[in-house]
Design a protein around this ligand. Structure first.
Ligand code: GLY
Length: 378
């Protein structure tokens, strides 16, 4: 029997990669330090938003994001079919709103950049924004309508992906932490903190914020991924409050899910692995949300948390041969992990199948970090 591909990390990237490998007829084993799907990806908001999140100097990343969104409907359908579960994939579109002169100037600049790049976006007055989404508040004076940005319920997705991976015959070892890798062209090995050695035909490092802690990646050294903290709040929507669209304001975004979850995020803090929820963080988010959607005031608070985004040194994902024999990186997805799951999983699967790095992932090769790691990013 051929050795499986060993995937270190059972977040959205690891699970999706396992799912795609198995569907391609390649055995896969996922190792997760706790329960698969309960880390960073569980704490996300599920926005699939290349057009909203386009960055001024990040057009290669935009192309990758856009390509992944194009693949999302088929990916969601495949996961739903294999798991028998719904993932609440929604294509309602997003409103980027402004509520003062400064934020209007900022979104106008974004709108001009988006139109220069040929994106399908519309400039709206405050009243037009309220016609589109009645829960947008009276302070909102301008908005960008982004019809082509979508969303998914990341929690439903993760449970469905885990189920789909197992249903298709994948092997899952939970509560298993990987300490190091022993690279080898033909038979790389991962070593767990319990000293167990597991051999694969390839190793895929999809350990998100934990990627840097995996030893043994000679000659390249650890992958340069650091955690960026994001505090979030979950409210429970209750009629007549029934927000239909993702709303992005200057200080907070709101992502409503079909089961009534309303996810509000997110702070962005360089705090290492700290996951404390603070009064200041929650205050800023609630104020930011209330200013653009005042109806949140009466909703009950379900939960609060802080997640850790896995950010690389240039904030783009790290996908491809890791420079250590038999090891492929699929990490550092920062703000776009849920969005980038299909393209990452499918292109890593192709890399395993053919040995070729596709044009989609080529710009995101770990080779771009092959110099020494500066102290400041540790
Ligand atoms: N992509 C949303 C966030 O990083 O907060």
């Amino acid at each position: 029997m051929i050795d499986p591909v060993i995937i270190v990390g059972g977040g959205v990237i690891g699970l999706a990669t396992g799912f795609e490998l198995i569907r391609a007829g390649i055995p896969a084993t996922i190792l997760d330090r706790t329960r698969a799907g309960r880390g960073t990806s569980w704490l996300a908001a599920g926005m699939l938003a290349p057009d909203t999140e386009i960055g001024f100097e990040e057009l290669e990343l935009y192309d990758l994001n856009r390509e992944s969104l194009r693949r999302w409907p088929a990916f969601a359908a495949a996961v739903e079919e294999a798991s028998g579960r719904n993932v609440d994939y929604r294509d309602d579109g997003t409103l980027i709103v402004a509520d003062d002169p400064d934020s209007t100037k900022r979104i106008r600049r974004l709108y001009e950049f988006q139109t220069e790049q040929g994106l399908d976006v519309d400039w709206l007055t405050g009243d037009e924004a309220r016609d589109c989404e009645p829960f947008v508040g009276p302070r909102v004076s301008a908005a960008i309508w982004v019809a082509s940005d979508h969303q998914v319920d990341n929690r439903l997705l993760l449970d469905a992906l885990r189920e789909a991976f197992l249903a298709e015959g994948g092997t899952l070892h939970e509560n298993t932490t990987v300490d190091s890798v022993r690279p080898d062209e033909a038979a790389p090995v991962v070593v767990t903190t319990d000293g167990e050695e597991i051999r694969g035909r390839e190793v895929v490092l999809a350990a998100g914020v934990w990627s840097r802690q995996i030893d043994g990646l000679a000659p390249v050294g650890p992958l340069p991924v650091r955690p960026v903290k994001g505090q979030m709040i979950q409210l429970q929507m209750k009629l007549p409050f029934d927000l239909q669209h993702v709303i992005r304001g200057p200080d907070a975004y709101l992502a409503p899910k079909s089961n009534g979850r309303l996810v509000i995020g997110a702070t962005s803090e360089e705090m290492g692995f700290d996951t404390q929820v603070t009064a200041g963080g929650l205050y800023d988010l609630l104020e930011g949300a209330w200013e653009i959607v005042p109806g949140v005031y009466d909703l009950s608070v379900d939960d609060t948390w802080a997640g850790l985004r896995p950010a690389s040194r240039d904030h783009a994902p790290i996908v491809g041969r890791a420079g250590a024999p038999g090891v492929i990186a699929a990490t550092g997805h920062y703000r776009h992990g849920i969005l980038l799951a299909p393209v990452t999983a499918q292109e890593v699967t192709k890399l395993v199948q053919t040995g070729e790095t596709s044009r989609w992932i080529e710009p995101f090769s770990p080779a771009r970090f092959s110099g020494p790691i500066p102290e400041s990013s540790a």
